[in-house]
Write a protein that binds this ligand. Structure first.
Ligand SMILES: [Zn+2]
Length: 408
C-alpha cells in the first residue's frame, strides 16, 4: 500500500491566509513573488500555492487599507499593524480564559454532574442496568474527588483516599450483585435509540475531558489534573462496555446489558482499589500521583528535541535570525500549545540537538538553516505521533502551522 503523502488543501489555508500575509509583511516589505515563496516555505511545499487565492486576499486587504503597494513591493500599513496587534491580544485572552486550571476543573465537574443526571434519567426510563451502573459510577467518582479534595484541604489525604476507596468498592460490589442477578432474568430495553445516543454522548464528552485535562494539567504542570485525566481515560472503557451491552440488547441479546453492568461494577471496584492502594502509599510517605505525573512529564520531554527542532527550523527556514529571536518565536508559537508547560532549561535540549547535527549555520551575527536542516525539516514534518487518546497522526498539519505562525 503506498504511503499517504501529506497534502494541505486550499480550504485549510484560506481562513488564515490574510493573517499570514500580514505577519510576513510585518517582518519586511516584499514583492509578490517573495510573498509566494515565503508562503511556500511556511507549508514546506505541502500546499500547492494557489496564486488566485493569494490575489483575492491581497486585493481585499489592500482595499481594507491594511497593506499598500508601492514600487513593486507590498508593505503593511499602520492600520494593518494595529489589526495584527488586536488579533494577538485576542489570542492571548483566549488562552488565559480557556486554559486555566480552575476553569478546567469546574467544567469537568459540572460536565460530570450533567452526564450522571442524564444517564440516571435515561437509565430508569429504558430499564438498562448498564446505563444506571454507569450513572452511579460517574456519581461516585464525583463524590470520591470531593472527598479527596477535602482531604487535601485538611491535610488528611491518606484517610480521605481510604474512605473514598471503601465507598467505591462497596457500591461496586452492590452493582455487581444487581447485574449478575439480572443476567439470568434479563429485561427488555425501552427507548433503545435514546439510550444509545446517551451513552455515545457520554463517551464523546469523557473523551474530550480526558484530552482537555491532560492538556491543561500538562501546561500548568498540575499533578492532580493529570491523575484525574488518567482516571477519565479508564472511565471511557467502562462506558464503551455499556455501549456494547446496549447494542447487544438492541439486536436481541438482552443479557449483554446486564453483563455490561457487571463490567462497570468491575471498573468501580478497581477505582476503589486504586484509591485504597494510593492511601496506603501516602501513609508510607510515597506520592503515587507524583510518580504518575513524572512518567507523563518524561514521555513528553523525550520527544521535545524532535518536535521543538521542527518548529525552530521552521522559523529559521523562513528567515535568518539570532537564537534569542528564534527562541522567543518558538515559545510563542509552540510552547503555548505543547502538552506540557516548558521551562527555559527544557528549550536548551532543542538547540543542543540543532547544533550537534549542524542543522543551522551562522551568518554574521544571526543563524540560517543549512541544506541538511531543510532535509531534516521535511523528515520531521512527516513523522507520525501518538496522541493521548491513542490515535496516530502526522506531526505537521495545517492547524499546527497556524499555531506556529502565531509566533511570527
Ligand atoms: Zn471512574
Amino acid at each position: 500500500m503506498p504511503k499517504k503523502r501529506l497534502q494541505i488543501k486550499d480550504s485549510q489555508v484560506k481562513k488564515n491566509l490574510k493573517w499570514y500575509i500580514l505577519r510576513l509583511l510585518r517582518l519586511s516589505n516584499r514583492t509578490k513573488q517573495k510573498l509566494i515563496d515565503k508562503l511556500h516555505d511556511m507549508y514546506i511545499g505541502y500546499w500547492q500555492v494557489n496564486n488566485e487565492l493569494i490575489d483575492i486576499n491581497l486585493n481585499k486587504i489592500t482595499d481594507e487599507g491594511l497593506i499598500k503597494y508601492s514600487s513593486d513591493k507590498y508593505q503593511i500599513t499602520e492600520k494593518g499593524l494595529n489589526a495584527l496587534q488586536k488579533k494577538e491580544k485576542d489570542i492571548k485572552r483566549y488562552h488565559t480564559r480557556r486554559f486555566s486550571k480552575e476553569a478546567c476543573a469546574s467544567y469537568s465537574l459540572w460536565g460530570n454532574v450533567g452526564l450522571s443526571a442524564l444517564e440516571f434519567i435515561i437509565g430508569f426510563l429504558s430499564g438498562s442496568i448498564g446505563l444506571i451502573a454507569d450513572a452511579i459510577h460517574t456519581a461516585v467518582d464525583i463524590i470520591a474527588s470531593a472527598i479527596t479534595w477535602v482531604g487535601i484541604k485538611i491535610n488528611k489525604e491518606a484517610q480521605a483516599a481510604l474512605i473514598g476507596g471503601i465507598i467505591l468498592c462497596g457500591i461496586g460490589v452492590f452493582i455487581a450483585f444487581e447485574s449478575i442477578t439480572k443476567i439470568s432474568q434479563p429485561v427488555e430495553i425501552h427507548f433503545q435509540t435514546i439510550a444509545l445516543v446517551t451513552i455515545v454522548i457520554n463517551i464523546a464528552v469523557n473523551g474530550f475531558f480526558s484530552f482537555y485535562k491532560f492538556y491543561i494539567g500538562g501546561q500548568k504542570r498540575s499533578i492532580s489534573l493529570i491523575a484525574d485525566a488518567y482516571h477519565t481515560k479508564t472511565d471511557i472503557w467502562s462506558s464503551v462496555a455499556v455501549l456494547i451491552g446496549l447494542l447487544g440488547a438492541t439486536i436481541g441479546f438482552l443479557m449483554l446489558d446486564a453483563i455490561a453492568g457487571a463490567v462497570v461494577s468491575f471498573f468501580i471496584i478497581f477505582g476503589g482499589y486504586e484509591l485504597i492502594r494510593e492511601s496506603n502509599k501516602v501513609m508510607h510517605g510515597e506520592d503515587p500521583k507524583l510518580e504518575k505525573f513524572s512518567k507523563f512529564l518524561k514521555t513528553h520531554l523525550e520527544v521535545l528535541p524532535e518536535r521543538g527542532t521542527f518548529v525552530s527550523l521552521w522559523f529559521f527556514n523562513l528567515q535568518e535570525m539570532t537564537k534569542k529571536e528564534n527562541l522567543e518565536r518558538v515559545k510563542k508559537g509552540f510552547g503555548r500549545r505543547f502538552p506540557i508547560g516548558l521551562k527555559d532549561e527544557d528549550y536548551e535540549s532543542i538547540y543542543d540537538h540543532i547544533e550537534k547535527n549542524c542543522l543551522i549555520e551562522s551568518s554574521q551575527d544571526s543563524f540560517r538553516i543549512t541544506e541538511k536542516g531543510k532535509r531534516e525539516l521535511k523528515i520531521l514534518a512527516e513523522m507520525p505521533i501518538a496522541t493521548n487518546i491513542g490515535t496516530q497522526r502526522k506531526f505537521m498539519d495545517s492547524r499546527k502551522i497556524n499555531w506556529f505562525a502565531e509566533g511570527l
